[in-house]
Design a protein around this ligand. Structure first.
Ligand SMILES: [Zn+2]
Length: 253
């Protein structure tokens, strides 16, 4: 089933990238406002394009952009933003980084592993907190190497970091990485976790932690991985009977 963005309130009309009003070309963009400082363009499945988050801390001249997506709409939105633009890339997968080729920006923040693909950007190794309150840090992830989190006030943007790894037809978690990820998630101060591609982009921290602890509880002695194939239907959607929080994404990411 294709997700309909029309069902996701509250909508705000595109405002020209926080600062400009009523740009005729973009007045129907389905940007969703989380707070007056945080908006996002929801992910789409065809072509696969990640959620793109725009954060403009009050009083700051800089807009932080978390992931660039691949869609023309996302690239247009990023290019329409005025003032300084800092882009943060959650991880190296193409649906999160491809628009880097099409957009202009001032600074780019990546992990060492992601830089192999972006070829540029400042590497984030330990936690960095910027004067406007934006925090960047890495997180252990079964889904991809070099995952980066952006935290701002009550929201932590996790990209695909919490998702499983796809090995041929197997969907699995690495036990060690899952344990480390859960520890890191527990330490995050923000009460809301934002998971890319998920039909519910924003989810309560505690609910997200519950599902990953439930997955970790499936580990068996001597097996370094946990298979979660039975969480999913043939089409990649999560089975109704499963607690789908955090694994709701319907597509192979
Ligand atoms: Zn991914």
């Amino acid at each position: 089933m294709t997700r309909s963005v029309v069902s996701k309130p509250p909508y705000v009309l595109y405002d020209g990238g926080f600062d400009r009003l009523n740009h005729p070309k973009f007045d129907i963009m389905p940007l969703i406002q989380l707070t007056p400082e945080i908006k996002y363009l929801p992910s789409v499945e065809n072509p696969l394009s990640s959620d793109v988050v725009f954060i403009k801390p009050a009083g700051s001249e800089t807009t932080w952009i978390f992931d660039t997506g691949t869609s023309g709409e996302a690239a247009q939105l990023i290019n329409q933003i005025e003032g300084k633009k800092n882009i943060v890339i959650s991880h190296f997968h193409p649906d999160h980084i491809l628009n880097l080729l099409k957009v202009k920006y001032d600074k780019l923040y990546v992990t060492k592993y992601t830089k192999k693909y972006t070829r540029g950007g400042e590497i984030v190794e330990s936690e960095e907190t910027f004067p406007d309150g934006v925090k960047l840090y890495t997180i252990p992830s079964s889904h991809s190497k070099g995952a980066l989190v952006l935290e701002y006030k009550d929201y932590a943007f996790l990209g695909d970091a919490t998702y499983c790894h796809f090995r041929l037809s197997a969907r699995e978690y690495n036990v060690q990485l899952l344990e480390q990820m859960i520890k890191k998630l527990e330490d995050i101060a923000a009460p809301n976790f934002c998971l890319s591609h998920d039909t519910s982009f924003v989810q309560p921290k505690e609910a997200v932690l519950r599902i990953y602890k439930k997955i970790l509880a499936r580990r068996t002695a001597g097996n370094p991985t946990i298979n979660v194939n039975d969480f999913f239907n043939e089409d990649g959607g999560v089975k109704e009977s499963e607690d789908s929080l955090g694994n709701n994404a319907k597509v192979k990411l």
